[in-house]
Design a protein around this ligand. Structure first.
Ligand SMILES: Nc1ncnc2c1ncn2[C@@H]1O[C@H](COP(=O)(O)OP(=O)(O)OP(=O)(O)O)[C@@H](O)[C@H]1O
Ligand SMILES: [Mg+2]
Length: 228
């Protein structure tokens, strides 16, 4: 279980997270939806340990990790811009966490095979399409044998036709892992394709919601109210 309790975060006088609590169970793909600037990435960065909360608690598998370093949390993270190292080949990007003592040769092989990356191992990220960059970013996160997975708009660069192909693959892989998955997207259709549960970030808190349609009608209203 991935758990956050009462997280607060401000940047200067801007109070972004105002008591965020959430729970993601193993085998659950929770999709988090919210307007631009609502704090989704900030929340994920706190869960990974890249950012420190001002207040609140993060736990993984029942263990409090609030003060743990990112590398000790054993999470897989696909950041908003894929976060691939441009100067490294696809192989070395995927092997990155192995060099830092996580994952194994076997988890590397498995990730490469699952995402069909064998013929791209010597390429560099700049030579790849958006869809393949996302695959490499997911493979890199998978190769670290994570205890939970955080994905921040991992296929936002991919066009709709390709998403139709990539999403079932990603969903199948993520479900097979049977770990907690928190997946951020703006796209209602994508949310429905990948998620097993849904939540929205608004007014600095996260609320569970029954369907992506419900989340989007709330958000549409909020965007209208704020004049966007
Ligand atoms: N390091 C930082 N310093 C100052 N302000 C920040 C910092 N990081 C985020 N913010 C602010 O916090 C708010 C939330 O940003 P965040 O990136 O978490 O939003 P988001 O929901 O991920 O948005 P998007 O959908 O555009 O990715 C924004 O107003 C942003 O400007
Ligand atoms: Mg973001």
């Amino acid at each position: 279980m991935l758990e956050a309790k009462n997280l607060h975060k401000s940047f200067g006088s801007h109070h972004v997270l105002k008591g965020v609590s959430l729970e993601v169970k193993p085998g659950e793909i929770q999709v988090l939806i919210g307007l631009n600037g609502s704090g989704k990435t900030t929340l994920q960065r706190i869960l990974t340990g890249i950012l420190e909360p001002d207040e609140g608690k993060v736990s993984i598998g029942g263990k409090d990790v609030t003060s743990s370093l990112p590398e000790d949390r054993l999470l897989g993270y696909v950041p908003q811009n894929t976060g691939l190292f441009r100067h490294l080949t696809v192989r070395d990007n995927i092997l990155y966490s192995l060099k830092n003592g996580r994952g194994s040769e076997e988890s590397f092989r498995e990730a490469v095979e699952l995402l069909d990356l064998e013929s791209y191992l010597d390429w560099r990220p700049t030579q790849l399409s958006g869809g393949y960059k996302s695959r490499v970013a997911l493979a890199r996160a998978l190769a670290s044998s994570p205890r939970a997975m955080l994905l921040d708009e991992p296929i936002s660069e991919v066009d709709r036709a390709k998403k139709e192909y990539v999403l079932p693959l990603f969903r199948q892989i993520l479900l097979q892992l049977h770990i907690p998955v928190l997946y951020i997207t703006h796209d209602p259709w994508e949310a429905g394709e990948i998620g097993t549960s849904y939540s929205i970030m608004r007014n600095g808190v996260v609320e569970g919601i029954a369907s992506p349609e419900e989340a989007f009608s709330v958000i549409r209203q909020q965007a209208r109210d704020s004049g966007e």
